[in-house]
Design a binder for this molecule. Structure first.
Ligand code: OOG
Ligand code: NI
Length: 471
């Protein structure tokens, strides 16, 4: 019998989730159709340039999902399921002190790491875990009750986890097992018909809508599934024209005439979905919950830590100017700030070591000279490395745009320290750092383009050094 390998299993799972989410959230299907329309138009308009950040087949299939869990044990199980799909925990995001609103979770993203795996199917899942130990959100009594509730539930059936372990170990499953794995995995992320305990949910909701979504129910679910679009400004207007109310802003970099960097995202608000509730008197009644939404994103070049510093400084400058003249439009202020502060071309980003690229020699023969000069002379060609990760501020903005209340937080209490090392230990798997992955890829390409002897040239060394040893 034929076998289904890791990559194919990931592609099939992404398609399954997309079908599932389309039946659960009809506006998602509208969003995906609109993305296809915009992507076709950009392809007609820009030709090959439209595929500079990924082939159209990659971009068309590209999705990220978001899920939320309650404990390290649950996150470790999620890691086994995504491990079966060749998706590894990458990056660490602490949203507990995020602007514009603190969310009581820490997060990582499960995604493929190798460039050819990303090219075949870049499916990724932003995965958040509640921190009940954080006293700014939860007092000791609520923490204890939350933990009892979370410890008593089982998000994933044993059969699913066993199949996942086998798939990860053997890097494939037979057709029948693959089908079973996909059925069980998709079911685990579907919205459950199980009644929600009204009083318990409401108590958690007072602290945070996200705490209620995670700890107020006995299952998890896919919170959103995000397609990728090549022109997010056009998509934004197109969705509004279809009568769908988008959030006020596109998160991340502004629309401007320079290169696309990092990630721009926008969303429309969760629709209220019918859910069963168990009332305090034990009766079950039909009610509504608004927890899920539609999100869409456009991706650009990954920034080096030096480029990220420039980016953060621009964000701070936009915030300052907006605070000084309230009422002005963020988009307009940001476009002007970027015009003054961000290099206007890819070449300049590469020359200054602000963004990650892969480099190749334009022709045969040895290359000597520094990287900026080789780029200027056209003897070295730079191709952008796409940003495959997330932005904490956009993530917090996306979380917040979808919550009804701000929740309650007691900032005078100490939080619970958490970092990538803590998380790696808690789930028993290494967590890769995005900047290191991009830097390695850049370094390798530069080494093979310049030849071993040339890596000491100044520009090369500067680019190589822009890889952080410790970020
Ligand atoms: C995750 C929000 C973050 C993104 O794209 O930044 C996110 C969530 O709502 O669970 O998905
Ligand atoms: Ni998202």
């Amino acid at each position: 019998m034929s076998a289904v390998g890791t990559t194919e299993l990931r592609a099939r799972f992404a398609r399954r989730l997309s079908e599932l989410y389309g039946t659960e959230v009809p506006a998602y299907t509208t969003l995906v159709d609109e993305c296809h329309r915009v992507n076709r138009r950009v392809l007609d308009r820009d030709g090959a340039a439209a595929e500079r950040f990924g082939s159209i087949s990659r971009v068309t299939a590209e999705r990220h999902g978001a899920i939320r869990v309650g404990t390290p044990a649950e996150l470790a199980q999620v890691a086994r399921i995504f491990g079966a799909l060749g998706m590894h925990p990458t990056g660490f995001y602490d949203l507990r002190d995020a602007y514009p609103q603190a969310i009581p979770v820490i997060s990582t993203a499960f995604r493929p790491v190798e460039p050819d795996e990303l090219a075949r199917n870049p499916f990724r899942v932003f995965t958040s875990m509640l921190v009940p130990q954080d006293r700014r959100f939860f007092d000791a009594g609520l923490e204890q009750r939350l933990r009892n509730f979370l410890d008593a539930r089982q998000l994933f059936p044993g059969e699913l986890l066993e199949l996942a372990d086998r798939a990860e170990r053997e890097r494939e499953l037979g057709e029948a097992d693959a089908a079973r794995f996909l059925d069980l995995a998709a079911a685990a992320f579907a919205l459950s018909p199980e009644p929600v305990d009204r009083a318990w949910y409401a108590e958690l909701e007072r602290v945070s809508g996200v705490a209620a979504d995670i700890g107020g129910v006995t299952s998890t679910h896919i919170n959103h599934l995000t397609p990728r679009v090549l022109d997010i400004d056009e998509l934004y207007t197109g969705m509004q024209a279809l009568g769908i109310r988008m959030i006020d802003e596109i998160q991340g970099p502004p629309r401007w005439h320079g290169p696309d960097v990092l990630l721009r995202q926008t969303s429309f608000r969760a629709l209220a979905e019918p859910r069963a509730f168990r009332e305090p008197d034990g009766s079950v009644r039909e009610g509504q919950l608004r927890v899920r939404f539609g999100e869409v994103e456009a991706r650009g070049i990954a920034l080096t830590p030096a480029g990220r510093e420039v980016y953060d400084a621009l964000v701070a400058s936009v915030d300052r100017q907006l605070a000084e003249s309230p009422g002005s439009s963020r988009q307009e202020v940001a476009a002007a700030v970027w015009d003054a502060g961000m290099p206007h071309t890819e070449r300049e980003l590469a020359r200054q070591g602000l963004a990650f690229f892969t480099f190749r020699a334009a022709g045969p023969g040895p290359l000597s000279g520094d990287v900026p000069t080789l780029l200027d002379e056209g003897r070295l060609i730079a191709e952008p490395i796409v940003y495959e990760d997330f932005l904490p501020r956009s993530a917090a903005g996306i979380f917040a745009s979808n919550l009804t209340g701000a929740g309650e937080m007691d900032a005078s209490q100490g939080g619970a320290p958490r970092d990538a090392t803590w998380l790696a230990e808690a789930i028993g798997r290494p967590i890769r750092m995005p900047e290191e992955i991009y830097a390695e890829q850049q370094e390798q390409s530069l080494r093979s383009a310049l030849g071993r002897a040339s890596t000491t040239i100044e520009g090369g060394a500067r680019l190589l050094r822009s890889a952080p040893p410790d970020a």
